[in-house]
Design a protein around this ligand. Structure first.
Ligand SMILES: [Fe+2]
Ligand SMILES: [Fe+2]
Length: 263
C-alpha cells in the first residue's frame, strides 16, 4: 500500500498562519510515502513568499515534489512575467518545473500548467504531456499532478486551461490512472467521475490547503492510499474559523474493471 498526499494552493502571503502547525502535524501523523504539492505555493510569487513556502515545506519529512501555479508567476511585474516568469520559483524550489517521483509502484509526474501569457487560465503543453506518457508504467499506478484542472464542472465560472481536454484524452489513452489538480479552491471527485468524460482517469480536484480567503469555506488536502487497482481517498478539512483539521471523510474507488467506480 502506497500513501500519496496531495497539497495544493498554499498561497503563502495570504494564508492562515495559525493553520500551519496543525497542517504539519496532520501530515506527519499520516506518514505519507510521497507528498505532491500542486502549485500556488504563494499568493504573489514574491521571493519572500516563496522563501516562506520553502521553509514550511522543508518541515515535511516525507519525500516531496512541487510545481508552480499561476500565482507563483509574477502578475504585476510585466517585465519579469514576460522574460523570466519562473526565475524566482526556481531559485526557491530548484530548476525543474516538471519533477517526477515514485513510491512503491506508484509514479507521480508533474506538468507545469502555469503560463505567463494566459496567467489565470493556464495552458497544458503537449510536450510535457508527451513526457508524462513516456514514463507511464503499465504495471503500476500512474498519477499526473498539475495546477489547473483538465475538466471543469458546469458550475465553474473560470475558463478551462488551454489544451486541457486534449491532454486528458491523451493521458487516458496512454494509461494515466489519476490526475491531481487544484486552482479552483473547490473539491471535486465524484461529480467529475459522474460525467463519464474520462472514465479511466480519476480526477481529484483538491481545494486550498492554507489560503485565507473566507469564501473558500475550508482548507483541505487529500491522502490517497493505493493498493493495486484500489484507492482509499481521505479528504482532510479544516473549516475557516476553526482551530484545525477534523476527522477525514473517506471514500473508496476501484479501477479493477478498467474504469473507475466508487465502491
Ligand atoms: Fe490558488
Ligand atoms: Fe491558481
Amino acid at each position: 500500500m502506497t500513501r500519496i498526499l496531495h497539497l495544493t494552493d498554499l498561497h503563502f502571503g495570504f494564508h492562515r498562519e495559525a493553520l500551519e502547525a496543525p497542517l504539519l502535524e496532520r501530515i506527519a501523523a499520516l506518514q505519507p510515502d510521497l507528498v505532491a504539492v500542486g502549485g500556488d505555493l504563494t499568493h504573489r510569487g514574491l521571493p519572500a513568499q516563496l522563501a516562506r513556502a520553502r521553509t514550511f515545506l522543508d518541515r515535511i519529512e516525507a519525500p516531496l515534489i512541487c510545481l508552480p501555479g499561476n500565482h507563483d508567476v509574477p502578475l504585476w511585474n510585466l517585465l519579469a512575467r514576460t522574460f523570466w516568469p519562473f526565475r524566482a520559483y526556481r531559485k526557491a524550489f530548484g530548476p525543474s518545473l516538471t519533477p517526477r517521483a515514485h513510491a512503491g509502484d506508484v509514479r507521480v509526474m508533474a506538468i507545469n500548467s502555469a503560463d505567463p501569457y494566459s496567467w489565470q487560465r493556464g495552458k497544458i503543453r503537449a510536450g510535457e504531456v508527451g513526457r508524462v506518457i513516456a514514463h507511464v508504467d503499465p504495471l503500476g499506478t500512474n498519477i499526473a499532478v498539475l495546477h489547473h484542472p483538465l475538466q471543469q464542472l458546469p458550475r465553474v465560472d473560470k475558463a478551462l486551461a488551454r489544451q486541457a481536454t486534449r491532454a486528458l484524452r491523451r493521458m487516458e489513452a496512454a494509461g494515466v490512472n489519476i490526475v491531481l489538480s487544484g486552482h479552483l479552491h473547490r473539491w471535486a471527485v465524484d461529480d467529475l467521475l459522474a460525467t463519464g468524460h474520462a472514465p479511466r482517469v480519476l480526477q481529484i480536484q483538491t481545494g486550498t490547503a492554507l489560503c485565507a480567503r473566507i469564501t473558500d469555506i475550508q482548507n483541505e488536502f487529500a491522502l490517497l492510499e493505493i493498493e493495486g487497482t484500489e484507492l482509499r481517498l481521505e479528504r482532510h478539512m479544516a473549516p475557516m474559523g476553526g482551530k484545525g483539521f477534523d476527522a477525514p471523510q473517506i471514500a473508496g474507488y476501484s479501477r479493477a474493471s478498467g474504469v473507475w467506480r466508487r465502491v
